[in-house]
Design a protein. Sequence first.
Length: 410
Amino acid sequence: MKKHLVVLDHERMVPPFMISILTFATNHYDQVYYINTHKPDNIGLFVDTPIEIVYPDKLSRLRNSVIALFRFFSLENLKQWVDCVKKEGFNYKYIKGLFKYLAADEVLSNEANKIIKPQKGSSVVVLATWFAAAALAAAELKKKYPEIKAVSLAHSYEILPIRNRFIPYYYVNKKHKYLDGVYFIASSVREMYLEGIGGLSDEYYKKTHVNYLGSYKNQDVLNNNNPKEFHICTCSRMVSLKRLDVLIDALLLWDSGDIYWSHLGGGELESCLREKSTLVMEKNPLVHISFEGYLTNEDVKKYYESHPIDLFINISSTEGLPISIMEAISYGIPVMATDVGGTNEIINSESGFLIDPEITPESIKDHILLFKNLPDNEKQELRKKAYQQWKDSFNAENNLKSLFTAIENQ
C-alpha cells in the first residue's frame, strides 16, 4: 500500500520547522504534497526535491473567496458569530479574521480533495501545519474521508487566547471532533490553550498530545567562543514582541568592555532598529552591532558553525517553543531567555538561564554581565550541557520519528 502525506499551510513562507518535517517525510512516504494558499516566497528551497508544491492560481483563490462569503452567512457560522458577539461584543477584527479563516479553509480543502480523491486504496495522512484554518480544512477532509488520518500541530500564536481573544470562536469544537490528534509543541502551551478555551471534554482531551519538534543539524560541529571578543547573538523576526529595542537600550548602558551583538533575521521593524542601533554605537564606543538581515535556515546554521558566539539571547514577551533556541543549543551555545511559553522546557540552569519576562534595559544589561563574568570552566560546562539538552530532547530526527509513529498509530 502506498503512503501519501498531504501537508496544509497558509503562511507566505515555509517556516524552518516545516522544512525539517518535509525533509524527514520524503524518506518515509511514497509521495509528499505541500499545499499552501499562496505560492511560498521560499519555494526555491524545494527545487530538485520529490516534494510536490501545490497552490491555487488567482482565479481559484477568487472563486474560493466567493464560496467563503456564502459560508460566512451559513447557520453554523452565524451561531458561532452570535456566541462571540454575546461574550466579546461586536468586533470588526474578528469578522475579518473569520472570513480569512474560511477563505483559507476553502483553498486548502479543495486542493487537498484533488489529491486525496484519486488515492483510494492508499494510506493518506493529512497534516495541518497550524491549528487554525489548516486544521479546520484537515477536520473537514477527515469528515469527508473517514479512512484517512488527519492531525494538526499546535504552536502558540494561533491557539492562545492571551494573544488573540477570539481563538475560542474559530471552530474549536469542530476541529477537535474530527481530527485524529492535535500535537502541541510544548506541555505548557497545551495547558495555556486549555485554560484559555475553558477546557475540553475527556473525549477531545484524549486526542491531544505533546511532541517537541526539534531541529536538524547539517553536521556534528559545535560553536566555539573567541576569548578575545564577547559576542552575543539573537535570531528572530524583527517585530515588537521580540523586544529587540529593549536589548538596544540595554547596550546603551553597557560599560564592561567591548561587546559585539549580531542579529539574524529581518522584519517590519528593521529600519527603525537599525537607526536606533547606529545612534547607540555613536554614543557608546564599546558597543558593536551587526544586522545580518534575513537568512535561510541553512545560512543560520552556517553562521553558528563559523562565528564564535558566547551567548544566545531571546527576550520575547511571548513564545511557543522557540526553534531558534533549539538551533542555538544544538551548537552548544548557552542561552539567556525570558521564562515565557515553553521556553523553560528547553532552558534550565544547566544549559543557560531564564529571566523574568518583566524586563528592563537595566535588568538585561545586568544579566548579560552576570554571564560574561562567569569563570571560563563554568561557561564551557554550560556549552556541554546545552548541546546535551538538544541531543537528548530536541534532535528533530528522533522527535519526528516519534511524531509520525504516533500519527500512524492513531
